[in-house]
Design a protein around this ligand. Structure first.
Ligand SMILES: Nc1ncnc2c1ncn2[C@@H]1O[C@H](COP(=O)(O)OP(=O)(O)OP(=O)(O)O)[C@@H](O)[C@H]1O
Length: 403
């Protein structure tokens, strides 16, 4: 507190009074709340759909130091929801693009941009300097890594998720008793249950809602406005009321991360989080490596040759109906993956052709469908397109739309 002949002024810059005035006049927030924000630090992992709105509100509110960790670069397909990036920053690291955008919004705060991915060997060092951690990522290994690190460092973790028309929000590891992510989800989801926004789609405004609430929770924690109760908030854009919340129990004494005898700092570095989550389905052929089933996959150029040869081939596109409605290759019939898996035999039974070609958007679902057809054990040759229709657009027909 500084004293002058005219009164007492705490160490807030004169310019900050009008800037933050609308929140400082709130009861229970006041000047004290603003000073807490100014002295605080928040790190945001992922400057994508959730991270962008979160960063925007954290910076605007005057959080003194903000860290941004993201290794990815901005693409055109990100702009529909990643609102800090723009056409001019396509190809720029997202952490740098986001840092520039929030610096323009508030040049009086410290911003650290990290262009490395967060992984088990750098997580502790990267997160240690900050008071609150925001999980704005999109994959299970990073979620477990972030939770374990937050537990080990004793920091609250504000976790968000959004897919399709739905979102989730939860604050983990809050206070003495707050559960961690592993208390609620001790086991990773099955591989077929997870999908990125790229695979499943998401409405941009949904990520905006969840990311904004992540910033709100962080601001409440820092300023002492949070009630400290743990709950999982579920948001559904298509149902009214939008929100439901589930009260969470206190942390589990048996939890392998935050329970008695739980994970120690050193153990994080030794943990293979990708393996724990079941590993990724590798697209080996895209990288020029050999396939599991020899000859089971074809490249886009080979598909073109097959289509032009005139030989009888059954052509199946396993994308969901909505995607098939966006664009399609001639001659393909649409049997969505869910239908293939429900009864693969029914889709080949009437087939007299000895060769089946399966495509999808990215080359993942087509592998699953092709495996299901092959498991029927018939003599039919089943092949699928490496890299999906995206590879077709890239390697054969640049006019074929990618999305
Ligand atoms: N371990 C990690 N370290 C740093 N950033 C991560 C990590 N895991 C995920 N991210 C980042 O989290 C962000 C999540 O954003 P979002 O879900 O909007 O997806 P996206 O990957 O940009 O989009 P799309 O799935 O459409 O390609 C991405 O920018 C991604 O790079």
């Amino acid at each position: 507190m500084e004293t002058t002949g005219h009164g007492e002024y705490p160490k807030l810059h004169l310019e900050d009074y009008p800037r933050y005035g609308r929140q400082m006049i709130l009861d229970d927030f006041g000047l004290e709340g603003q000073l807490k924000l100014q002295r605080s630090s928040v790190v945001v992992i992922g400057a994508g759909g959730l991270g962008c709105p979160a960063l925007q509100y954290l910076a605007a509110a005057g959080v003194g130091r903000i860290g941004i960790v993201d290794h990815d670069k901005v693409e055109l397909s990100n702009l529909q929801r990643q609102v800090l990036h723009n056409e001019g920053t396509i190809g720029v690291h997202k952490s740098v693009s986001a840092a520039d955008a929030i610096h323009k919004l508030n040049s009086r705060i410290q911003i650290d941009a990290v262009t490395d991915p967060l992984h088990s060997s750098n997580a502790v060092a990267l997160l240690q300097p900050y008071d609150v951690i925001l999980d704005c990522t999109d994959n299970a290994p990073t979620r477990y890594l972030l939770s374990d690190t937050a537990v080990s460092l004793g920091k609250p973790l504000v976790s968000g998720a959004a897919q399709k028309f739905e979102g989730q929000l939860c604050v983990y590891n809050l206070g003495e008793d707050g559960p961690c992510y592993r208390c609620i989800f001790p086991n990773p989801p099955a591989m077929e249950m997870v999908g990125t926004c790229e695979e499943t789609g998401v409405l941009g405004a949904v990520t905006g809602v969840v990311g904004t609430m992540q910033a709100l929770e962080a601001i409440k924690i820092i300023t002492g406005l949070h009630d400290g109760k743990a709950s999982l908030l579920l948001f559904s854009a298509l149902t009214m009321p939008f929100f439901r919340s589930i009260k969470l129990r206190a942390k589990k004494p048996t939890c392998t991360s935050c329970g008695e005898g739980g994970m120690k700092l050193g153990a994080i570095e030794e943990t293979d989080y990708v393996a724990f989550c079941g590993g990724l389905r590798p697209n080996w052929e895209e990288r020029g490596l050999s396939a599991g089933h020899p000859g089971s996959r074809i490249r886009a150029q080979e598909l073109k040759t097959a289509l032009e040869s005139g030989t009888k081939v059954t052509l199946i596109d396993v994308r969901p109906r909505t995607e098939f409605g966006i664009c399609r290759l001639p001659g393909f019939k649409n049997i969505p993956l869910t239908q293939v898996l429900a009864n693969p035999a029914s889709h080949l039974s009437e087939d007299k052709n000895s060769r089946v070609l399966v495509v999808c958007r990215l080359g993942n679902d087509s592998q699953i469908a092709a495996d299901a057809f092959r498991d029927l054990g018939s003599n039919i040759i089943v092949q699928d397109l490496i890299g999906g229709l995206r590879a077709w657009s890239r390697d054969v027909d640049p006019h074929f739309p990618i999305y």
